[in-house]
Design a protein around this ligand. Structure first.
Ligand SMILES: Cc1cc2nc3c(=O)[nH]c(=O)nc-3n(C[C@H](O)[C@H](O)[C@H](O)COP(=O)(O)OP(=O)(O)OC[C@H]3O[C@@H](n4cnc5c(N)ncnc54)[C@H](O)[C@@H]3O)c2cc1C
Ligand code: SF4
Length: 322
């Protein structure tokens, strides 16, 4: 690990300096620094700036950026009214990591592409213009949707997949003022500049996340992975579905492990809404989600896996095995 300066912020404004690198739980950043994938010269510890509360705001909920993953998953209102979020968080990492990891840090966690972590490999995300050793390499964990010629990595997190399905908003603040970014638009596709994971501008700091009124209905987070714990998603499905009179009246879906961002396809939701659950309809929704999907060889299985996981999740949640 390279030497670095360290300071502790007493207020969030101190963290809005493009020359400083924020450290929260440290569960991702410290690993990246130990591997010298990231070598920030100046760290600012934001663990003492507050922003560690979950509070009701009208019908919704405001989650401070420093709320720990364990506290958020266990929060009474989250478990009762936004169970999808609680389930997604608990599907991630381990108890010890969740005790330390924060809401802001979780959103900002970096890809788990093994070539990104190997500083001897070529990686456009780590060093723009270098090339991408994953393309034509070992691609089991990589993207099947939205990839580019420059990068085929996935965003690895679970919490953001639930936030995307729940129409959450990320609150950010920088020297230019405060703004809000829909969770569905927070992470970006790699395009020709995969070094940028998300829409945050230099010096901007995540202050919190806002959830709108509860969606109700049945909420499921199904994560398929190599081990039952301590493993990132091969594919995951976040679903909130409301049933009335035997029909699906509201459907929210998002997918993890398949793209550089949590994947959301409003067309698939629209296809399902207003209809009775049925296997053929679920298959058509899967077609819509998988439009343009392309494997890289080792990860071709993810296309069928995503289809089956979606159909199984919809079938279980709507109680229809047709
Ligand atoms: C072994 C292991 C297994 C894991 N498995 C999973 C899993 O299955 N699912 C999953 O979702 N995650 C998993 N994780 C990732 C874990 O959830 C993240 O490491 C954690 O959420 C990051 O939060 P943190 O507070 O520790 O962030 P840090 O490590 O402190 O920071 C991460 C990044 O966020 C930036 N940052 C932090 N807070 C802010 C803020 N408020 N505003 C702007 N930037 C900020 C930092 O500068 C840094 O770039 C795993 C991690 C490990 C080590
Ligand atoms: S897929 Fe992306 S993160 Fe992985 S090596 Fe290629 S450019 Fe780097």
């Amino acid at each position: 690990m390279r030497p670095f300066d360290f300071q502790r912020a007493s207020g969030a404004a101190e963290a809005m300096d493009p020359g400083l690198r924020v450290i929260a739980g440290g569960t991702n950043l410290l690993d990246l620094m130990k591997h010298e994938v990231e070598t920030p010269a100046r760290l600012i510890d934001v663990n003492h700036v507050g922003l560690d509360e979950v509070r009701r705001e009208g019908e919704g909920l405001r989650i401070g950026a420093l709320v720990r993953n364990s506290d958020l998953a266990a929060h009474e209102a989250v478990r009762r009214d936004w169970p999808l979020l609680s389930r997604a968080i608990l599907a991630g990492a381990s108890g010890q990591i969740r005790n330390r990891a924060t809401t802001g840090g979780n959103l900002m966690q970096r890809t788990r592409c093994p070539y990104f972590y190997d500083i001897h490999a070529r990686c456009n995300k780590r060093e723009p213009g270098q090339g991408c050793d994953a393309i034509g390499g070992f691609t089991r964990s990589h993207a099947i949707l939205g990839a580019s010629e420059a990068c085929i990595a996935t965003y690895p997190g679970d919490m953001a997949v639930a936030l995307t399905a729940l129409d959450a908003v990320v609150e950010v603040e920088g020297q230019g003022g405060a703004r809000e970014i829909p969770a569905a638009g927070f992470h970006r596709l790699p395009g020709d500049d995969p070094s940028r994971d998300n829409d945050l501008r230099p010096g901007e700091f995540i202050t919190g996340v806002r959830l709108p009124a509860p969606l109700g209905g049945r909420q499921v987070y199904r994560k398929v992975r190599d081990r039952r714990s301590y493993a990132f998603a091969l594919v995951s499905v976040a679903l909130a579905v409301t049933m009335e009179g035997g029909r699906m009246t509201r459907v929210r879906l998002a997918f993890g492990g398949v793209a550089h961002k949590p994947w959301r396809v409003p067309e698939a939701e629209a296809l399902l809404e207003g209809h009775a659950p049925h296997a053929a309809l679920f298959d058509r929704a899967a077609d819509a989600v998988l439009e343009g999907a392309r494997g890289q060889g080792d990860n071709d299985f993810k296309i069928e896996l995503l289809r089956r996981t979606l159909v199984a999740t919809l079938t279980d949640a709507t109680g229809d095995a047709a």
